[in-house]
Design a protein around this ligand. Structure first.
Ligand code: ADP
Ligand code: MG
Length: 681
């Protein structure tokens, strides 16, 4: 809350009656402050006034001209209307066309300033749907005008008028929420200036200064909220476990853990035995060996006479986890059970009864674990694998069942390090930044259409040498229901013409989950040589014999997505390959794919991806999966984010309750409440 405007109603604005108020409320705008924080998405540059003779096609400009004739109105098919008139200045004539403006009021003989995009046609110079104002008393001309996100039933002019009035009301009432030393340290302009300039700037430098302040403030508040949540989480009591040296567990493994795995296990064990609840995100590139860390935690949990639950997004993955747990824990006589909906009823009953008994065991499963009939009275550890595949609600449900056990969330989605805190502010993070030894990086190449036959030759050789291959061919064009299957089937037919000996399976988006799993299981069992898929292949499935990944229309995917796909191979001892089929038309498209060929580091790729995707428009906002910021854009504001994070950390270390900055504390509480509320549904 920057000033009393947070309490003041929008009804105090000129021309806002019940109907307008309802429209504004629908946009989430309840107070004057909300309106002030409804930031422009762009600006209209009305600073340049050009003589008609000097107009150039393209960018919108202002023209000061006199109306030469009454607008000629005509009706168009479909109930549309059109009006045209000519205007003059001392250098030439401009033809104006107005579509669908039946109430157009423009006087012959009067001088106006017209703002629009000049268009040159055979009939001469023109403008379509210019906006205009009388030349003797221009209000908008010569300025940068804010452009707000389109809002149904509200015009830009109305929004501008109300914002102007709101700014006038708020004048002199702004309070600085940020501590003075931080304002000084980052040379931030005062809030009053920032709000004025973000809506009605004098020039572009004004905009830049205002943006810098507002972006910093927004990210700073967010970082404070995340870190406060994390601090509170640490204070929640969790089932205390007695420590056992993980060396005992490691000694029974078929291989020796990586340094990163050891470190992650140490961090998790410290949480588990520390008395407060573990809330840890384990991040690691595909193949980095996250399952081993989960197994170590499960080992400690069962050794303490408690249950460990592992939830996976698919039945196949759940089965795979069960097999892995049995392998890793075979020396310790730890029971491992599986709970998925595909089980026969009697088996389900047996497993749920065992779980409800509270017997110490490891229980792997899918969302079947969170059904009402399942009781987990003795569970002290929940592992959520590929956690981004689960809704917050599903995680919360599992949490409830285990009566607030320790949480280990695992994710293979590489997120730039700087973003982790903001996305998972309430979690502690362990990173597996080291691949198990002996793993050769996947050799990645871009392949053009001309080399297709060579590539098929290579494919056959890989299969003959005992390998398996994935081919991902996305349906690039949107089509009717059947077309996805048809396109994929056509692809397979063509493949079989070239390589008749291959055993090929098909996975497409229209298959039911159970059917998908059957195909995937056949591939995993080696009953198929090639798996053709029109969709992204299930995450996390481990098929060590697969050594070749071919991605058709690779330019169709994001870099991080391609990296995830590539992670499906390179899981065994043999050299693996990834071929990116492309028809890269532009240099940037080639450059993008080149990044993948150059590095296997998922975090670096994610950073490049974020950078190359760039801001969508002038401000670029709201990326999926990321918190919705009013003004900050994580694709471009990474450096500000780092600064904000650093400052937030320092401040909270000195003043954990923000007692020295009550306004900031309020804002941080608001964000925390919002975060908690969204994690309830
Ligand atoms: P992800 O992090 O993608 O879930 P997994 O846990 O499935 O990775 O591990 C990938 C593969 O690497 C598995 O086959 C696993 O047995 C193997 N692995 C894990 N840790 C090691 C290690 N330290 N040394 C050798 N192989 C390992
Ligand atoms: Mg995994």
């Amino acid at each position: 809350m920057n000033h009393p405007a947070s309490e003041r109603s929008l009804k105090t604005l000129p021309g806002v009656g019940p109907q307008r108020l309802a429209q504004l409320n629908k946009l989430g705008l309840l107070s004057i402050e909300d309106l002030l924080r409804w930031f422009p998405r762009d600006y209209e540059d009305r600073r340049t006034v050009r003589p008609i003779a000097q107009l150039e096609e393209g960018a919108a400009v202002c023209v000061r001209a006199v109306v030469a004739d009454e607008p000629r109105k005509s009706r168009l098919p479909g109930g549309r209307t059109m009006a045209r008139c000519r205007v003059f200045d001392s250098t030439g004539m401009l033809q104006l066309t107005f579509f669908n403006q039946p109430y157009l009021k423009i006087e012959r003989g009067r001088e106006y300033v017209f703002f629009g995009k000049p268009e040159f046609t055979a009939r001469g110079r023109g403008m379509i749907n210019p906006v205009f104002e009388p030349a003797e008393d221009p209000k908008a001309t010569g300025r940068l005008l804010p452009v707000y996100r389109a809002a149904e039933g509200l015009s830009q002019n109305q929004l501008r008028k109300w914002t102007r009035a709101a700014l006038d009301q708020a004048k002199g009432c702004y309070l600085e929420p940020l501590p003075a030393h931080i304002v000084a340290r980052w040379q931030l302009c005062p809030p009053e200036k920032a709000f004025e300039a973000i809506h009605f700037p004098e020039n572009t430098e004004d905009v830049a200064k205002a943006r810098r302040r507002l972006i910093f403030e927004e990210l700073f508040v967010f970082c404070c909220a995340g870190q406060t949540l994390r601090g509170q989480g640490r204070r929640n009591p969790g089932p205390p476990l007695t420590y056992h040296d993980p060396a005992e567990f490691f000694a029974a493994l078929p291989f020796s853990p990586t340094g990163a795995q050891r470190k992650a296990v140490d961090q998790a064990f410290a949480d588990l035995c520390g008395g407060s609840r573990m809330n840890r995100l384990l991040q690691g590139d595909v193949g980095s060996g996250k399952t081993l860390v989960a197994a170590a935690c499960a080992w400690l949990t069962v050794k303490n006479g408690k249950q460990a639950v592992i939830m996976a997004p698919t039945e196949l993955l759940a089965r795979q986890h069960k097999a892995t747990m049995e392998k890793f824990l075979s020396a310790f006589d730890v029971p491992v059970e599986l709970l998925i909906s595909a089980l026969p009823a009697t088996e389900k009953r047996r497993v749920t009864a065992r779980a409800a008994d509270g017997e110490p065991l490891v229980l792997c499963g899918t969302h079947a674990l969170i059904q009402n009939s399942v009781e987990l009275p003795n569970a002290a550890l929940i592992v959520v694998d590929e956690q981004h595949r689960f809704g917050v609600g599903q995680r919360a449900a599992l949490n409830q069942k285990t009566d607030r056990g320790h949480l280990l969330a695992m994710s293979a989605t590489p997120i730039p390090r700087t973003l982790t805190l903001i996305l998972y502010g309430d979690l502690d993070v362990s990173v597996l930044d080291e691949l198990p030894p002996g793993r050769q990086p996947v050799m990645t190449r871009m392949v053009s259409e001309a080399k297709r036959q060579d590539m098929y030759g290579f494919l056959q050789k890989e299969i003959d040498a005992g390998g398996q291959a994935y081919i991902v061919c996305p349906l690039v064009e949107e089509g009717e229901e059947a077309s996805e299957k048809k396109a994929a089937t056509a692809y397979i037919d063509q493949l079989k013409d070239v390589l008749p000996r291959l055993r090929v399976g098909l996975m497409h988006g229209k298959l039911k989950p159970a059917e998908k799993e059957t195909v995937m299981a056949a591939f995993a069992a080696g009953e198929l040589d090639v798996l053709v898929s029109t969709t992204v292949i299930e995450v996390g499935v481990d098929v060590p014999r697969a050594t070749l990944m071919i991605v058709e229309n690779a330019d169709f995917f994001g870099l991080s997505q391609l990296h995830q796909l590539r992670g499906r191979v390179g899981r065994g001892q043999r050299q693996s390959y990834c071929f990116l089929m492309h028809s890269a038309r532009t240099e940037t498209a080639r450059e993008r794919l080149q990044t993948l060929c150059a590095t296997n580091d998922g975090f670096r790729i994610a950073e490049t991806d974020l950078r190359l995707r760039g801001p969508g428009d002038f401000f670029g906002r709201r990326q999926s999966g990321l918190p919705g910021f009013a003004i900050a854009d994580l694709a471009t504001d990474m450096n500000v984010l780092e600064a904000a994070q650093q400052s937030a950390q320092t401040l909270l270390r000195e003043d954990p309750h923000l007692a020295s900055a009550p306004l900031l504390a309020n804002r941080v509480q608001e964000v925390i409440q919002k975060t908690l509320a969204s994690s309830m549904n």
